[in-house]
Write a protein that binds this ligand. Structure first.
Ligand code: NAD
Ligand code: DAU
Length: 375
C-alpha cells in the first residue's frame, strides 16, 4: 500500500480518487483535517476496503512511526501542507509549523522506517514530496519558464515554507540516501477546490451575485493545470522518476488573472445565464439600466471588482515541463478550455458541496460518518 498525507485536501483527494481509477493498491490517508481537509471529497470511498483514513498530523512522529510499522507502505506521497498564500500573509505560523517542522518530523519517522527495511522493500521504497512552482519566485514578461535548475527565490511565507521543505527533502536524500522524488507544480484547478482560491472563489461568488475581487490590475500570470493531469504526473513520477530528481509539472497554460475571470464569467453566462431583474443581475452594473427588449444581455462580468493587491504579489509564474515529458513521457491531457469547462460544470452540479464547505457543516458530516469507526 501507499501512504498519502493531506489526502482530504483539494489535490490529495483528487489523487486518491484518481489512484483507485487506475490501481487496486490500498491507500492509507493521513490528514489533520484543517479547514482545508474535507472527507466529503472522499465520500465515494466510504465503504471501500482499499482506503483507510487516519485523522492525524504529519508532525506527530509517534503516530507516523506506528502507522509505518503497522501498514508497511512501499511509498509515501506528501501533499500535507498549509497551501493558501493569503493566509500565510495574515498568519505565517501554521505554515512554518506544518510545512517546515511537520515535514521535518515526517522525514525523521520515514528515515527510521526506511533504515529498518531490507532487500526489495528497501530498494523499492519512495518518498514523493509534492511542491510548488512558487519556490522559484517571480518571472518578468519574456523571461524563460522555470526549469528544475532555476534558483530558489520564494517571496511569500507560504512559498518560503515550501522551499524550506524542499531543501529538507533534498538533504535527506543527499545525507542519508533516503529515496526521494520532488515535484514542483503550477496552479491546479478542478473539482473539490476550496473556494478561497481564485477559480472556485470566482465561480461561487458569481453564482451568489457577490463581487468578483481581482487583486491589483489583474495582469498577474499563472500557469494553470487541470488537477487530474497533476495526479497523473505524480503517478508517473512515483513509478518511473529517477531517485533524488526534481520534476517540474505544468500545463503550458499561461493566463492573466483577469482573463481567467473573464473565461469563468463567459462560461457561467452560457451555462447559467443571468435573468434580468434577478438578485445577481441587480448586484451587477445592470441595475442602473432597467432592461428593455434592446438591452445587451446581462453578464457576470458586471460583478468584477478590482481590489487592493496582495502584498508581495508575484507577477508571473511559468513552468518548463519538458523534463518530465522527455524522461517520463508525461504531458497534460486537458487543454485549459476543456478543463475549465469541466470545472465550472462541476461547481454547478455540486452546489451542496459548496454550501457544506461554506457553512462548515462538513465537519458534522465527518463526525456523523466516521465517529466510532476507528482507523
Ligand atoms: P489544500 O490546502 O487543499 O490541502 C491540504 C491538506 O493537507 C488538507 O487536507 C489539510 O487538512 C492537510 N493538512 C494540513 N496540515 C496538515 C498536517 N500538519 N498533517 C496532516 N495533514 C495536514 O492544499 P492543495 O491545494 O491540495 O495542495 C496540496 C499540496 O500540493 C501542497 O503541498 C501544496 O503546496 C502543493 N501544491 C498545490 C498547488 C495548487 O495549485 N493548489 C500547486 C502546486 C503544489
Ligand atoms: O503556483 C502554485 C500555487 O498556486 C500553489 O503552490 C498554491 O498552493 C496555490 O494556492 C496557488 O497559489 P496562488 O497564489 O497562485 O493561487 P490563488 O488562487 O490564491 O491566486 C491565483 C491568482 O489570483 C494570484 O495572482 C492572486 C489572484 N487572486 C486570488 C484571489 C483569491 C485574485 O486576484 N483575487 C482573489 O480573490
Amino acid at each position: 500500500m501507499i501512504l498519502v498525507t493531506g489526502g482530504a485536501g483539494f489535490i490529495g483527494s483528487n489523487f486518491v480518487l484518481d489512484w483507485f481509477a487506475h490501481h487496486d493498491e490500498a491507500v492509507i490517508g493521513l490528514d489533520k483535517l484543517t479547514y482545508a481537509g474535507n472527507l466529503e471529497n472522499l465520500a465515494s470511498l466510504k465503504d471501500d476496503p482499499r482506503h483507510i483514513f487516519v485523522h492525524g498530523d504529519i508532525g506527530d512522529v509517534e503516530l507516523v512511526t506506528r502507522l509505518l510499522a503497522q501498514y508497511r507502505p512501499r511509498a509515501i506521497v506528501n501533499f500535507a501542507a498549509e497551501s493558501h498564500v493569503d493566509r500565510s500573509i495574515h498568519g505565517p505560523e501554521d505554515f512554518i509549523q506544518t510545512n517546515i517542522v511537520g515535514t521535518f518530523h515526517l522525514l525523521e519517522a520515514v528515515r527510521t522506517y526506511w533504515s529498518g527495511l531490507t532487500g526489495e522493500e528497501k530498494t523499492g521504497f519512495r518518498f514523493l514530496h509534492v511542491s510548488t512552482d512558487e519556490v522559484y519566485g517571480s518571472l518578468a514578461k519574456g523571461d524563460p519558464a522555470f526549469s528544475e535548475t532555476h534558483r530558489y527565490e520564494p517571496n511569500s511565507p507560504y512559498s518560503a515554507s515550501k522551499a524550506a521543505s524542499d531543501h529538507l527533502v533534498r538533504a535527506y536524500h543527499h545525507t542519508y540516501g533516503l529515496p526521494v522524488l520532488t515535484t514542483n507544480c503550477s496552479n491546479n484547478y478542478g473539482p473539490y477546490h476550496f473556494p478561497e482560491k481564485l477559480i472556485p472563489l470566482m465561480i461561487v461568488n458569481a453564482l451568489a451575485g457577490k463581487p468578483l475581487p481581482v487583486y491589483g490590475d489583474g495582469q498577474q500570470i499563472r500557469d494553470w493545470l487541470y488537477v487530474r493531469d497533476h495526479c497523473a504526473a505524480i503517478r508517473c513520477v512515483l513509478a518511473k522518476g529517477r531517485l533524488g530528481e526534481v520534476y517540474n509539472i505544468g500545463g503550458w497554460n499561461e493566463k492573466a488573472n483577469i482573463e481567467i475571470v473573464h473565461t469563468v464569467c463567459a462560461l457561467l453566462d452560457e451555462l447559467r445565464p443571468l435573468k434580468p431583474g434577478s438578485r445577481e443581475w441587480e448586484a451587477g452594473s445592470g441595475k442602473d439600466t432597467p432592461p428593455t427588449p434592446h438591452s445587451p444581455l446581462p453578464t457576470y462580468r458586471s460583478l468584477i471588482t478590482f481590489v487592493a493587491d496582495r502584498p508581495g504579489h508575484d507577477r508571473r509564474y511559468a513552468i518548463d515541463a519538458r523534463k518530465i515529458e522527455r524522461e517520463l513521457g508525461w504531458k497534460p491531457a486537458e487543454t485549459f478550455e476543456t478543463g475549465i469547462r469541466k470545472t465550472v460544470q462541476w461547481y454547478l452540479d455540486n452546489q451542496g458541496w459548496v454550501s457544506n464547505v461554506q457553512s462548515g457543516s462538513y465537519r458534522q458530516w465527518v463526525e456523523k460518518n466516521y465517529a466510532g469507526r476507528g482507523e
